[in-house]
Design a protein around this ligand. Structure first.
Ligand SMILES: [Zn+2]
Ligand SMILES: [Zn+2]
Length: 513
């Protein structure tokens, strides 16, 4: 671990050094700097409006720095607003080596314990500064009291170039009486809907509350333009957006709170969190903390979904295994090779988990951050009793869902045998030798072909008629096919198997043994 002493950069800047390293076991590797101390409003001699006070530190990280470095800030009484800004250098790294990237966030006087209550916001590497007061906060941060006590700015050296990463952090306290308290406006838990029906939603979306460029109002406009019934708000590592969705949801659009937990060993979605609930991200797969946070999300009524498990970017591929998950996001944004691998991995889990009766459903989401990334490309189409948070999550958890590139594509998949019928995500519990017929009906997919896949692989691959609509049937038995699932593909010169246009969760065949 190569954390070096901070270096003063001007006469007004104290030399800072690390107070010590904390244990790696609980929350990844971390370190703590010396505290920033302020004179406080009393030092201004009782003036009505004491002047702002700023303290600046400078320091340096070398490659191999801890995941998290905490800068204690001793906040005196009488603070109206705390503002933090930071800079760091970006020397050109050698070819093929990552340059500098430094993330930032903050915890308040309630502390920075793993999963604790002190979280007040996170902006990753997206912003150069933020401010928090009782009345408002920079998106990604939580408005509320700026109480006296020891706050901690958290620095996350995500990548450090071989030349090192030199940074400065400036903390400004603005004194005075706090403004009126922020009033959260969480989204309602239900929308009008159509009773028991298939509802289309995108469950992985970003706005300016993390590293997206869309404003919340722009996101819901894009969702409505895509004719989605619901969206899940999944900002990176913060709950700040949950306080504003009540302004943008409506009878026609259900907005569900969530979070994308962005660890150094992969990202996962917590879908259906109570407004204001926050899930910690400060662990790696080796820390053993994931199970605790998955349990916490389940206790809160939410789902745990691995996001883009084969994403090739640093820190983005999934390393926490497939236990404890409620679903896996096999299709993230426009179809690419890593989605193909995610589907293949997911498919490989279906036989054994299906036998146990506890299989892992697939979902697909856009992960859209900004124009021109399309909200609803792809989208998950969920069979739910009502258009409410609980019913939609239940449909996702049960795998009563399929994935489409847009609302233009529609399909049904059923398997019938011995006078019984099972749909997507269901099981047809008939004898192994029972003659079964799978029926797939597709529309809105011109130029595409349809495939049926079982535990043996692709058993049928046939082009749709020119209009892009048609029905195929295929005979099988439970002893020949543990499950049947469907894919709709479009030929693509760059993708050997074609681009995915729609895909279903499986229909399982036969009795569970
Ligand atoms: Zn992600
Ligand atoms: Zn994302």
């Amino acid at each position: 671990m190569a954390v070096h002493e901070g270096q003063g950069v001007s006469a007004g800047v104290d030399r800072r050094r690390f107070l010590g390293m904390t244990a790696a076991a609980a929350a990844g590797t971390s370190a703590v700097l010396e505290p920033l101390v302020f004179a406080g409003p009393a030092a201004a001699g009782g003036t009505a409006t004491p002047p702002d006070e700023t303290r600046t530190i400078a320091g340096r990280f070398e490659p191999g720095a801890p995941d998290w470095v905490y800068l204690p800030v001793d906040v005196p009484a009488g603070v109206r607003e705390i503002a933090v800004s930071y800079t760091y250098d970006r020397p050109a790294p050698p070819p093929g080596v990552a340059g500098n990237a430094l993330d930032i966030g903050i915890f308040d006087e309630r502390g920075h314990a793993l999963g604790g209550r002190g979280f007040r916001g996170w902006s990753g590497g997206f912003r150069t500064g933020f401010a928090i007061s009782a009345t408002e906060a920079t998106p990604g941060y939580l408005p509320g009291p700026v109480n006296r006590g020891r706050w901690h700015v958290i620095l996350g050296p995500y990548t450090v170039a071989p030349q090192g990463l030199a940074y400065t952090v400036a903390v400004t306290l603005r004194y005075g009486a706090p403004g009126p308290a922020f009033t959260p406006q969480p989204a309602p838990h239900r929308a009008t809907g159509r009773g028991r029906a298939w509802y289309r939603g995108d469950m992985h979306l970003h706005t300016v509350h993390s590293d997206g460029a869309r404003l919340p109002e722009e996101l819901v406009a894009a969702a409505r333009a895509a004719t989605l019934d619901f969206v899940v708000s999944t900002e990176h590592n913060t709950s700040s957006a949950s306080g504003i969705w009540g302004r943008h949801a409506g009878p026609d659009l259900l907005v569900v709170d969530g979070e994308e937990i962005t660890t150094r060993n992969g990202h996962f979605l917590a879908l259906g969190l109570p407004a204001g609930a926050w899930v910690d991200w400060r662990y790696r797969a080796t820390d053993g903390s994931f199970a605790e946070f998955a349990r916490r999300i389940h206790r809160l009524g939410g789902l745990v979904v691995a996001a883009h498990p084969y994403c090739p970017f640093l820190g983005c591929a999934w390393k926490f295994g497939y236990e404890r998950l409620d679903a896996v996001e096999v299709w993230n944004g426009p179809w690419t090779l890593d989605d193909e691998v995610a589907v293949a991995t997911w498919d490989g889990l279906l036989v054994e988990s299906g036998r146990a009766g506890d299989w892992l459903p697939a979902v697909g989401n856009s992960d859209a951050h900004r124009e021109p990334q399309v909200v609803g490309l792809p989208q998950t189409v969920v069979l739910a009793d009502r258009l409410d948070r609980r019913s939609v999550l239940a449909g996702v958890r049960a795998g009563r869902s399929w994935i489409a590139e847009s609302a233009a594509v529609d399909l049904t998949l059923e398997v019938a045998a011995a006078g019984r019928t099972a749909g997507i995500g269901e099981r047809l519990p008939v004898a192994g030798a029972a003659q079964a017929t799978a029926t797939l009906t597709v529309s809105g997919a011109p130029g595409c072909s349809v495939r049926l896949c079982t535990d043996e692989g692709k058993v049928l691959d046939t082009p749709l008629p020119a209009g892009g609509a048609g029905t195929v049937t295929w005979p099988t038995t439970p002893q020949a096919s543990a499950y049947v699932r469907a894919e709709v593909r479009r030929p693509d010169p760059f993708l050997p198997l074609g681009a995915m246009v729609a895909m279903t969760n499986p229909v399982f065949l036969g009795r569970v043994r």
